[in-house]
Design a protein around this ligand. Structure first.
Ligand code: ASP
Length: 423
């Protein structure tokens, strides 16, 4: 927390004290040569352990449950929670943006200026997805197959695609439950040790966390054009406000009602998760910390944490679903595109699906948002207007994303304990 606050303060000071192009260069040098490497060491240590940790956690989680019906029940509950809460988040975003209309009356000159400055970046993002071509049915079917069951799982893992690895680990864990007891136990023990070793490496990363968090935040804040923030102030405040409602109103209700936890004590204990998510802007990079803190401080059993959290980091993105709705409508308002209620319902559905599909990395949602925009007739390159402030909003939505996973894990943990007690 201290690193985070200090990073904001020193970054903002650097931004103010070094004005003009010369000053920009000095600040960029400091950020690139000093802050960036230190921040990256932390980030990469976390990325290092993600693959073995996720594989080990899910294997132990599923095999530890020992009964496939239980895996099915937990899986169904988890997915239901993901879908419903993402829909709620998206409705929250859409309601606020309809209510406050941040894009109406947006200065056309500012719009043109922003489009000119960030248009190139928008084109690069769009290059990923090529939303202009309508895919054939066969291509769409193959896309979904590849998402879950690619031909080559190792290739998917190498490219940090988590979903295929999760499917493989689920199958592996499920297969272990069908093996004779003693063989299963020795394999599970092996994976437990692997998982513990990975969590120990996370512990090393956490030792440098305060300095790294300072550096990561400093880099972002120092480079941030404060004038940009001013131009888009209404939009930024609206999105941040929506995140706060999600974290301090919606999650506490879910924690209280479903998980029967004391919400604010729970959130306080989850602070290291929030700080890591905020400074890394990546659900995947935060996952090792999420697992460690959930098991150690939040009392969520490893079998549940190992199952729900990796799935959540990949699929459950409440902050992203919320943000997407706001962004699509904000850009629509700026361009004067009217979206009737029915179309907004479609946007809602698309927000949920694209949030599931978004990768848990910085800016992972952006290419998919452009697809959604194209589908409802909002110019996708209009995303250029907000790209300059996106990193800041990405940090916030990543916090909302990972806390959503932890809330889900707390609920599943409670439900499983109740099921155990009932015998
Ligand atoms: N950065 C987000 C995450 O990792 C994804 C996104 O919304 O861009 O959770």
């Amino acid at each position: 927390m201290f690193g985070l606050v200090a990073g904001v303060v020193v970054g903002a000071l650097a931004n103010i004290l070094f004005p003009g192009p010369e000053g920009r260069r000095t600040v960029a040098f400091l950020a690139d040569a000093v802050a960036h490497p230190i921040g990256q060491v932390f980030l990469r240590l976390l990325f290092f352990v993600v693959v073995p940790l996720v594989f080990a956690s899910i294997t132990v989680g599923v095999a530890g449950l020992g009964d496939l019906r239980r895996v099915g029940r937990m899986g169904a509950r988890t997915l239901l929670f993901f879908l419903l809460t993402m829909a709620v988040s998206s409705v929250l975003g859409l309601t606020l943006v309809n209510l406050f209309q941040p894009g109406s009356g947006f200065d056309p000159e500012v719009r043109a200026g922003l489009m000119a400055s960030f248009g190139g970046e928008a084109a690069k993002i769009q290059g990923f997805v090529d939303s202009n071509k309508t895919p054939t049915t066969l291509a769409t079917a193959n896309m979904y197959l590849d998402m879950f069951l690619p031909r080559n799982v190792l290739d998917a893992v190498v490219r940090m695609q988590m979903l295929p690895m999760i499917v493989f680990a689920l199958l592996f864990g499920a297969a272990l439950t069908l093996l004779p007891d003693e063989r299963r136990k020795s394999m599970v023990a092996w994976f437990e040790t692997l998982g513990e070793a990975m969590v120990t490496i996370v512990g090393f990363a956490m030792k440098i966390a305060p300095y790294a968090v300072f550096c990561l935040i400093f880099s972002v804040v120092a480079r941030f054009g404060l004038d940009l923030l001013e131009k888009l102030a209404f939009y930024v405040v609206l999105v941040m406000g929506a995140y706060l409602i999600q974290i301090f109103v919606i999650y506490p209700i879910l924690l209280k009602v479903l998980a029967r936890r004391r919400p604010f004590e729970f959130l306080k204990k989850a602070t290291p998760i929030m700080v890591t998510a905020f400074s890394t802007s990546s659900s995947n990079a935060t996952l090792p910390t999420t697992i460690r803190i959930s098991e150690r401080d939040l009392g969520i059993r490893p079998a549940v944490a190992g199952f729900v959290l990796p799935l959540g980091a990949t699929m459950n993105m409440n902050g992203t679903a919320l943000f997407e709705g706001v962004l699509v409508l904000f850009v629509a308002q700026i361009f004067g595109v009217e979206l009737a209620l029915q179309q907004q319902m479609f946007v809602l559905m698309m927000c949920v699906f694209s949030a599931i599909g978004a990768a848990g990395v910085p800016g992972g949602a952006l290419p998919l948002i452009m697809v959604v925009m194209a589908q409802v007739g909002v110019p996708p390159d209009g995303i250029a207007i907000v790209l300059g402030v996106d990193r800041l909003l990405d940090m916030g939505r990543t916090v909302v994303n990972v806390i959503g996973d932890v809330v889900c894990a707390a609920w599943i943990d409670k439900a499983e304990r109740a099921a155990d007690a009932a015998g």
